[in-house]
Design a protein around this ligand. Structure first.
Ligand SMILES: NC(=O)c1ccc[n+]([C@@H]2O[C@H](COP(=O)([O-])OP(=O)(O)OC[C@H]3O[C@@H](n4cnc5c(N)ncnc54)[C@H](OP(=O)(O)O)[C@@H]3O)[C@@H](O)[C@H]2O)c1
Length: 353
């Protein structure tokens, strides 16, 4: 039996994870957490709404933590799992982006293992099969381009939250859906890939593949490229992370090759500056990725509340990055301070939509 602690059990990933756990006789929920939504319909011996996730994990002693919390709030659970040598099935990319250096140090000490749930990183993980970075030429993260692919900046001036939330290929929570529309999601994923696979930013590319069938690919030094294909359905990477190294059955139909359209194009970084800002934050290092993430969380929330225009999300993040000193966080306390300071700057920078 593998005992799973599911954090973010009421969200999009959380609900799909419950489906996977219920279908697999070797998986059982030992704990479940949400931020504020009641967990009445979740069957787990330990349940927590709000409160300290590390406390819950101490009590639950899971074999695997599925961190499906949205945003920086997931950082304590990520660090707890890595520090305690517990497998971390990681959907909560924001925690690895914000706390990358601390997370790697915690993993080194605790010998915890990160099993990526983000579909692109799950794809890369599977293509790499643990091969050393010296064998890699480039990692290519694919993205659908979001609902505004092909738009110009002028065409994005008045877009509404409803339009941004209409993702063409994935059904996800609101924050990541807006991130997909701004390409901040791809920016976060570039930083996530850097920390997960130890590959420098120059060798992490982004390609737009509108039907989300190719989930990412690795170009190797011998000229071979390995890609991961499948229908866009998060139950596959969730199942893979929870049952690794097994490939358990899922209810998905086999891929019908004759129905596929596979076209690739480069991302439009002029229209969507959040990708370039993420790369800049990644290159700067230190707490810059934490600042990028914090300011983005504030700006996305303001956009969803109609207090900020879509295009101004990037302005808020850019201003927060300029205002921050980017000093590395020595510990979690430092990091929480850097996150809070960046949120303060971003809040002050909000312009009425
Ligand atoms: N959805 C996808 O397909 C997808 C794909 C790849 C990666 N991801 C990543 O997975 C994470 C979750 O995404 P999602 O789409 O599932 O988001 P979501 O639907 O908005 O769900 C977020 C979950 O986090 C919980 N939560 C928020 N703050 C919390 C806190 N302080 N303590 C405990 N739980 C808290 C929420 O609880 P409440 O219900 O109480 O608010 C909810 O259960 C994100 O990092 C996202 O980037 C998602």
């Amino acid at each position: 039996m593998k005992r799973v602690a599911l954090l973010g059990a009421t969200g999009s990933i959380g609900r799909q994870a419950i489906e996977i756990v219920e279908a697999h006789p070797q998986l059982e929920l030992c704990a479940a957490a949400s931020g504020s939504t009641p967990l009445d319909d979740v069957d787990a011996p330990l349940k927590q709404v709000g409160g300290d996730l590390a406390d819950l994990l101490e009590g639950a002693q899971p074999d695997v933590v599925l961190n499906a919390v949205v945003g920086f709030a997931g950082v304590h659970a990520t660090l707890w799992a890595l520090e305690h040598g517990v497998d971390l099935a990681l959907a909560n990319k924001e925690s690895l982006v914000a706390a990358g250096e601390l997370a790697l140090a915690a993993r080194e000490r605790g010998r915890g293992r990160i099993l990526p749930v983000d579909s692109e990183h799950s794809a890369l993980f599977q293509c790499l099969e643990g091969r050393g970075t010296e064998q890699i030429d480039t990692l290519v993260l694919t993205g659908s381009g979001g609902p505004f692919r092909g738009h110009t900046r002028a065409g994005l001036e008045d877009v509404t939250p409803e339009q941004a939330l209409a993702h063409p290929t994935w059904r996800m929570g609101p924050k990541i859906t807006v991130d997909s529309a701004t390409l901040a999601n791809k920016g976060l994923e570039v930083i996530e890939a850097h920390f997960l696979f130890g590959v420098e930013y120059e060798r992490i590319e982004v390609a737009i593949q509108p039907t989300s069938i190719v989930h990412s690919l690795v170009r190797f030094r011998d000229g071979a490229s390995l890609a991961h294909l499948g229908y866009p359905d998060m139950r596959v990477p969730i199942s893979y992370a929870l049952t690794y190294p097994e490939r358990a059955a899922t209810p998905l139909p086999p891929l019908d090759l004759t129905s596929l359209t596979l076209e690739f194009s480069p991302p439009d970084t002029d229209t969507f500056p959040m990708l370039a800002l993420a790369r800049a934050a990644g290159h700067e290092g230190g707490s810059a990725p934490c600042v990028y993430n914090a300011a983005n969380e504030v700006a996305v929330a303001a956009f969803l509340e109609r207090r900020l225009s879509f295009l101004a999300i990037a302005d808020v993040v850019e201003a927060a990055l300029e205002a921050a000193d980017g000093a590395p966080a020595r510990d979690l306390r430092d990091l929480v301070e850097a996150d809070a300071a960046a949120r303060g700057v971003a809040e002050r920078g909000l312009q009425p939509a």
